[in-house]
Design a binder for this molecule. Structure first.
Ligand code: GLY
Length: 570
């Protein structure tokens, strides 16, 4: 019953071949090692930028900032300067902090801004077009992190991205495949976007050929030369506000000027002797994950066995309970001062929830209360560890893949559609996915709830693991399962990241699973207990590092589902 399937088909083929020559351990342990520094991200070129910054004497913050700017050039589906995200930083003295650079609703936003006269959402306006754009936070967040905790000069960490944009980088096969889709599907509805990665004559750009983005290069130069003001004031701010308004949006220059990233205390949990540091609201990630880990501590997961029927049952039941709390309570803390975080994070609350799990049958999610939250599935994560043991876990996003697919005119960067992460219709909750609870309704200058879960785990006051993932609502569960795989199932980081994952989010009441992740007899046992299933090809794209401090060895991995991803080391 207990089976560790490798989820990606090509890996499966390789694994079968290696099985024949008795080399399975080598394949399963194809993690990357280093002693002095490591960067794992969804673009190998961007990881190398971060690695080079570490080599030049930069610390983990410098490397993370440089990698994030580089991803805005080389991984435009989610790497960005037109979106937002979260960063968790632990220094070598075990001090942990976080930077919230989540997008904000514009000043003129209101709880009914997406509704027509009948109270229905018009034209999918919370996900497409100018109204769906939240005030971007990435540049302010990276700038704040660097000003407070970086070592190198700002220009030094931004310059590599400027060079990648102006001088070009080899176009990748992943981008090539995306460009084919865009030309096919968006030629009529979004003509500028459909040409985004094509040659000037409209032909496809060949993989390996340099791709230059000079408008983006000029925007990055202004950021390099003027810091946050190079984005939120002056030419960029003026052109950006004008363009968004041309597209029907309501973001003004004042919105851009007023945007501030916020330093917040991390949420902290303890799991089997390890300290878990993760992102507080407005991300739901840290609170929900710690609540679920506290529930799972009541079960001997190692004895249940990886992806056994009992293990998946317990996992799904913990997820059901964690995501129910998420839907009911969580939103922007500056607008929800009464969120019961103290209750949700306590061991005593988790004990009650653990006791409510029946090991023989699935519970039923109460669909009369709250529904699922909509989150985009295309975000990106990077993990960094430097030679002094400073670590950064950073997740940021445009919400959907390539955001709202509007490219700021003459500025060369894509804009988010993060307004879709708010509850769009006040008071109306449907089991098909729309929720209307107060905590996450749109309001002027409010931050929308997120699932991003950048996390650092420490043992005895030192970094042990750095982990995060894209994947919308699935992020929290992906990150948690990677942690369980390392801490409970004793997997190395590569195996932990690749191993088949599941996802339950309370409503809809179903277990989503990677199709090669659990066996059919395990699934049948779970169905007889009342669980319903839906298969997907893939869940998440984890980027992780584990540090064996005694041996002085860093081990890292990038999820193979992230086409261009990789770990760069020195
Ligand atoms: N837009 C995805 C998230 O914030 O969770």
């Amino acid at each position: 019953m207990n089976s560790l399937f490798i989820k990606k088909p090509f890996l499966q083929i390789i694994t079968i071949n290696l099985l024949l020559i008795f080399l399975i351990p080598l394949q399963l342990r194809a993690q990357t090692y280093a002693r002095n520094g490591m960067v794992s991200s969804s673009s190998m070129i961007a990881s190398e930028v971060g690695r080079d910054i570490l080599k030049q004497g930069g610390n983990a913050i410098d490397a993370a900032v440089a990698t994030a700017f580089a991803l805005a050039v080389t991984w435009p589906s989610a790497g960005n300067i037109g979106g937002g995200g979260f960063l968790v930083f632990m220094n070598d003295k075990a001090e942990v902090t976080t930077i919230d650079f989540r997008e904000k609703a514009p000043i003129n936003a209101s709880s009914t801004m997406f509704l027509d006269q009948h109270g229905n959402i018009f034209n999918d306006s919370n996900h497409t077009g100018g109204l769906s754009i939240g005030v971007p936070g990435t540049v302010a967040g990276l700038y704040l992190a660097h000003q407070k905790y970086g070592k190198l000069r700002w220009e030094e960490v931004v310059q590599p991205a400027v060079d990648l944009a102006n001088n070009g980088f080899p176009f990748t096969w992943t981008l090539y495949h995306h460009s084919i889709e865009f030309k096919k599907y968006y030629a009529e509805s979004l003509p500028e976007f459909s040409k985004f990665m094509l040659e000037e004559d409209g032909s496809f750009r060949e993989p390996g050929k340099l791709w230059k983005q000079t408008d983006l290069g000029a925007s990055l130069e202004r950021i390099r030369d003027h810091g946050r003001d190079g984005f939120y004031k002056g030419k960029t701010a003026k052109l950006l506000a004008e363009y968004i308004q041309e597209e029907g949006g309501i973001i003004t220059e004042e919105d851009l000027l007023k945007y501030e990233a916020i330093e917040r205390k991390p949420v902290v949990g303890k799991y089997r002797g390890y300290d878990i540091y993760s992102m507080p609201p407005p991300s739901s990630g840290g609170v929900t994950m710690i609540e679920m880990l506290n529930i799972l501590e009541h079960f001997n997961l190692q004895d249940l066995g990886f992806n056994s029927a009992d293990y998946i049952h317990v996992l799904s039941e913990a997820m059901r309970r964690g995501y129910a709390s998420r839907a009911e309570y969580l939103g922007d803390p500056d607008f929800n001062p009464d969120m019961p975080l103290d209750k949700l994070l306590t061991k005593s609350y988790a004990k009650k929830l653990a006791a409510s799990i029946d090991m023989k049958k699935a519970s039923v999610s109460d669909s009369t209360k709250y529904g699922q939250l909509y989150d985009g599935e295309n975000t990106t994560h990077l993990s960094v560890l430097d030679k002094d043991g400073n670590a950064v876990s950073l997740t940021y996003t445009l919400e959907n893949s390539y955001g709202c697919k509007l490219i700021a005119k003459n500025l060369g960067f894509l804009l988010n559609n993060e307004m879709g992460d708010f509850n769009p219709v006040p008071g109306i909750t449907k089991t098909d996915g729309q929720i209307g609870t107060n905590a996450n309704q749109v309001a002027s200058e409010k931050r929308m709830l997120s699932s991003m879960t950048p996390t650092i785990i420490a043992k005895d006051g030192k970094v042990y693991m750095v982990i995060g993932s894209p994947g919308g609502r699935t992020i929290i569960n992906s990150v948690m399962q990677a942690i369980l795989n390392v801490l409970d199932h004793k997997m190395d980081i590569k195996t932990a990241i690749e191993a088949g994952k599941i996802h339950h989010q309370w409503l809809p009441d179903q277990v989503i699973y990677e199709e090669l992740g659990i066996s059919s007899d395990t699934k049948k046992m779970l169905e007889s207990m009342g669980h319903k299933f839906r298969s997907v090809e893939n869940i998440g794209a984890l980027m992780g590092i584990v540090y064996d401090r005694k041996k002085g060895i860093m081990a890292g991995a990038a999820d193979s589902s992230s086409g261009d991803g990789g770990v760069a080391v020195y």
